[in-house]
Design a protein around this ligand. Structure first.
Ligand SMILES: N[C@@H](CCC(=O)N[C@@H](CS)C(=O)NCC(=O)O)C(=O)O
Length: 214
């Protein structure tokens, strides 16, 4: 099987990071190609890949599969153990993954992923509300499982919350001790650190994203 993942910039593309982590954990060999976001002609490049006009897109033997969750589901069908083994845990992991895929709009808008960023400037209340809701969700799941991940062993749910975890570090968002430990766990993951190293040496910048909360 030939796999190539088209992604946005390492520093900013939270949607790209998610399936990239899933492919790494699946140990499926894949090539990757970065498409610089927000440069002239970038949208045409994305639309040439798929009608979605977004990254990530996974090329599977020449066929194009867009969307972070669809790509993650493809990996979960190809290899075992990317969702929890227990049926009830699996159903809940899918639910909280979809919650991240579809919701938490304020934290996404007001605290965009920006791995090179560290700031303590205040964020809008709606962003704090999203952060509090996310921490409550993590704490509840972590209290019911042995950890260190949301459902004990690493799962796609943790991939989906990894970019969110980086926002707590970048924007110094309030969290409990239990959630802080979880954030540290996600950010010290060896695969995440490979991605982060690419972000630190990447020279492309998105001025509009860098301006948020400056
Ligand atoms: N629901 C999609 C969202 C993908 C998305 O919005 N990706 C951003 C980059 S992080 C993008 O391609 N933005 C370019 C654009 O919308 O023009 C997914 O889960 O993959």
């Amino acid at each position: 099987m030939s796999l190539k993942l088209y992604i946005g910039n390492y520093n900013y593309s939270s949607w790209s990071l998610r399936p990239w982590l899933v492919l790494r954990k699946a140990e499926l060999p894949f090539e990757e190609e970065v498409i610089d976001l927000d440069v002239p002609g970038f949208k045409d490049k994305l639309l040439a890949l798929s009608d979605a006009g977004t990254v990530p897109v996974l090329e599977i033997n020449g066929d194009m599969l867009p969307d972070s969750l669809a790509i993650s589901e493809f990996c979960a069908k190809a290899v075992p153990n990317l969702w929890p083994k227990d049926a009830a845990d699996k159903a809940e992991a899918i639910r909280v993954t979809k919650l991240m895929h579809e919701g938490f709009e304020a934290i996404r808008r007001e605290a965009p992923m920006n791995l090179r960023r560290r700031t303590s400037k205040p964020v809008p209340q709606e962003c704090l509300d999203d952060a509090a809701e996310m921490v409550a969700l993590w704490d509840e799941l972590l209290s019911r499982h042995d950890g260190p991940f949301l459902f004990n062993d690493w799962s796609i749910a943790d991939a989906f919350y990894t970019p969110a975890a980086t926002r707590f570090a970048s924007y110094d968002l309030p969290r409990t001790a239990r959630s802080d430990t979880y954030i540290s766990e996600l950010m010290s993951d060896a695969d995440f650190q490979d991605w982060e190293a690419n972000a630190f040496i990447e020279t492309h910048i998105l001025p509009d994203t860098d301006k948020v909360n400056q």
